[in-house]
Design a protein around this ligand. Structure first.
Ligand code: KG4
Ligand code: ZN
Length: 343
């Protein structure tokens, strides 16, 4: 089954075709990141206008790349071979979501194909299924770490997700971005830049300059806002070395994420850990989870970095494994802060 998916929840306009939920055939991603760099954060109005500008070229590029890859003689033949459409319906910026949802609904109507709505966060989990990881076993614990969310979820099977806990304030990615801005190393989406700076630190180990919020609490919740404030106080109180500050901050985030995730893994006795979202591209987090899961005899799945950040490949995969088509009039762009709201 071939699914063409559209993702437009924030500042990426993406489209992909995936076969049977695991084989990526084509993927196209356009980003308005450069525009948000100027303002030091996403201006929703700018993001949605860029979605409008990018959606047609991205769709056309995807169909053309797909036609070429599959050896179809024309566009019509390529379109006829697609079995269903999928689209991100939330959470996300409403103006951005509406562009993708409207495009998907219009194509579904004119091509007479079913349309499958997908939750963006559930989508991030499915980046782990690309390439056909048949060794994923259920129940599994999923750690979702993106720019807007930090959630721990118990996955008993496809479509059977239970929310265990999440951040009570800032998301992990948001804290990376805000600290990178405070340090003056990046104005927008500074997670990867901060992580690179941390690598430049020559000192071994971490001095544990910053707090490990909620580490000792008996729950699966996180808090990153106080940690961000602690970094700000530290930076304001004297001349600070950028690379060691970055390293200390990254260590604090990684330690809390790893400990709470492993607590869930152990308490639920799962044998698979699935990680998703932009922050799962972080090398230190990948290393830390790898070492802890190896000790615990648990299989770790983290998508290749390219699939960690927003794209439509995992949206198509999530649609395949949760194939619940809805009446077109029912499919709305529905932003939700609650991961469970749209499952
Ligand atoms: O999943 P994503 O692409 O978009 C959302 O759905 O939010 O995640 C973006 C987030 C940003 O906060 C970005 O700074 C962070 O992922 N990120 C990283 C790294 N790469 C991306 N954070 C830490 N280390 C990285 N290497
Ligand atoms: Zn995302």
């Amino acid at each position: 089954m071939k699914i063409l998916a559209i993702e437009s929840s924030c500042d990426e306009t993406a489209c992909a075709v995936v076969e049977d939920g695991v084989t990526e055939l084509v993927s196209v991603v356009a980003s308005s990141k450069d525009f948000h760099e100027k303002t030091g954060g996403v201006v929703p109005e700018v993001a949605s206008r860029k979605q409008l500008e990018f959606i047609f070229p991205v769709l056309e590029r995807t169909i053309e790349d797909y036609r070429e890859k599959m050896g179809y003689s024309g566009k019509e033949e390529a379109i006829a071979s697609i079995d269903a459409l999928a689209v991100t319906v939330g959470p996300g910026l409403i103006g951005s979501l509406v562009v993708g949802v409207t495009a998907a609904k219009t194509l579904a109507m004119s091509w007479k194909k079913p349309l499958i709505p997908v939750n963006h966060l559930v989508g991030h989990i499915y980046a782990n299924f690309i390439g056909g990881h048949t060794e994923i076993t259920f129940p599994a614990v999923c750690l979702l770490v993106s720019g807007g969310h930090t959630d721990l979820v118990l996955m008993k099977g496809h479509g059977d997700l239970t929310y265990l806990g999440g951040t009570v304030d800032d998301a992990a990615g948001e804290s990376f971005d805000k600290v990178a801005r405070m340090m003056g190393i990046s104005r927008y989406l500074g997670g990867a830049v901060l992580s690179k700076k941390a690598l430049e630190c020559k000192e071994q180990g971490a001095a544990k300059l910053f707090p490990r919020p909620m580490l000792d609490q008996d729950n699966y919740d996180f808090s990153f806002s106080g940690l961000k404030t602690a970094v700000k106080r530290y930076l304001d109180s004297g001349e600070r070395d950028v690379s060691s500050t970055a390293r200390e901050f990254e260590e604090a985030v990684v330690e809390v994420l790893t400990a709470k995730t492993m607590k869930a893994v152990n308490n639920f006795g799962v044998k698979s850990l699935l990680v998703g979202g932009g922050v799962s591209a972080n090398n230190r987090l990948r290393e830390s989870l790898k070492s802890e899961t190896e000790k615990a005899g648990v299989k770790l799945f983290i998508p290749e970095p390219r699939l960690c950040t927003d794209n439509a490949v995992y949206i198509a995969s999530a649609a395949y494994f949760n194939n619940v088509t809805k009446d077109l009039s029912d499919i709305r762009a529905e932003p939700s802060l609650n991961i469970m709201g749209l499952i």
